[in-house]
Design a protein around this ligand. Structure first.
Ligand SMILES: [Zn+2]
Length: 332
């Protein structure tokens, strides 16, 4: 399998501060681990540098007013109250915020372009997956919605494209669902800890798509402490049939690793073995449904010292079509 890793050190500039739980180390450590295991380079994934998203790219998903506020706060980050969701709270302003966020969003386009141009079968935007950003506001640590910016770019380029987006982050993929709510060419699927218990409080089974796109959203809320077997069953019974029936040309995934039982921000029960089985199921699904064409994003993950790097390294093995070594996903 030809796999592209979209990566450059500058992606770590998306940094909400030293006390913030959303650490760039979640992916920089993963990339270090992948290097050690020879998953990057001639024997593994080819690295392609991301190109920043332009305003035109961002405007497919975000309002001009919002982009202007991000740019203003990026130049002068001091603010006493949140503006369009940016400020004291979940998504603080930081110097250079616009450029850092536009680079992550551009990385999603770079990844999808690699696959659509046929240079890669699969691509991995490890710094991306900022699925909570909305049209006109930041939320949940996310400024620009890179998965949505990538998909919107692809639809603009190829209007006949059908895309299935599957999000296994512990939190509902609300921003991506919102972006394509009324878009029949995109199926958004989210498996997450039920909104009854966890941010952002949405993602119920009754949310199924807008008037022009009925059935284009599928939500699979999981109860607290749902573990490997619950996830495997929900994937087999709900997610897989829906993606098969949609018959997409491309599978886009958000692979947040915060449904792991060690995650400090959520209350789910996946082990590394269960997470790895789940991403392997996604890769198998792409082999079956989209001739292997798949764009994977990172996402959340707050056990960033060890668990998240191991989870995403396991994902890299699966993307490359290689078995995941037992020692990588062994836990006590
Ligand atoms: Zn999350």
């Amino acid at each position: 399998m030809r796999v592209t890793l979209v990566y450059s050190d500058s992606l770590a500039a998306y940094d909400l501060g030293p006390d913030h739980p959303f650490r760039p180390e979640r992916f920089t450590r993963a990339v270090e681990m992948m290097h050690k295991r020879d998953l990057i380079g001639p024997n593994g994934m080819r690295v392609v540098m991301p190109t920043p998203a332009t305003d035109e790219d961002l405007l497919r998903v975000h309002d001009a007013d919002y982009i202007k506020v991000v740019k203003d706060l990026s130049a002068s980050p001091r603010t006493l109250w949140p503006r369009h969701g940016i400020g004291p709270g979940d998504t603080p302003a930081f110097a250079g915020m616009h450029d850092a966020s536009a680079l992550v969003a551009g990385a999603a386009i770079t990844a999808i372009r690699e696959v659509l141009d046929g240079r890669a079968d699969r691509a991995f935007n490890i710094a991306g997956g900022l699925h909570h950003a909305h049209r006109d506001r930041a939320a949940g640590f996310c400024v620009y919605n890179d998965p949505a910016v990538g998909i919107a770019w692809a639809l603009d380029r190829d209007p006949g494209l059908r895309v299935a987006y599957v999000d296994i982050d512990a939190h509902h993929g609300d921003g991506v669902q919102e972006a394509f709510w009324n878009e029949p060419r995109v199926l958004t699927v989210s498996m997450h800890e039920s909104g009854r218990y966890l941010f952002p409080g949405t993602g119920f089974e009754t949310e199924t798509g807008g008037p022009d796109a009925p059935g284009s959203a599928l939500n699979v809320p999981m109860p607290p402490y749902a573990g490997d077997s619950e996830y495997a069953r929900a994937f087999a019974e709900r997610v897989k049939p829906a993606v098969r029936a949609f018959a997409p040309d491309l599978l886009v995934t958000q692979n947040g690793a915060d449904a792991h039982r060690a995650d400090p921000l959520t209350t789910l029960g996946l082990t590394l073995r269960g997470y790895s089985a789940l991403v392997e199921s996604l890769v198998e699904l792409s082999t079956e449904v989209t001739q292997g064409r798949m764009v994977a994003h990172g996402g959340g993950g707050y056990a960033w010292e060890d668990t998240v790097p191991r989870a995403w390294t396991a994902l890299a093995y699966s993307l490359l079509g290689r078995p995941v070594p037992a020692d990588l996903i062994a836990e006590e």
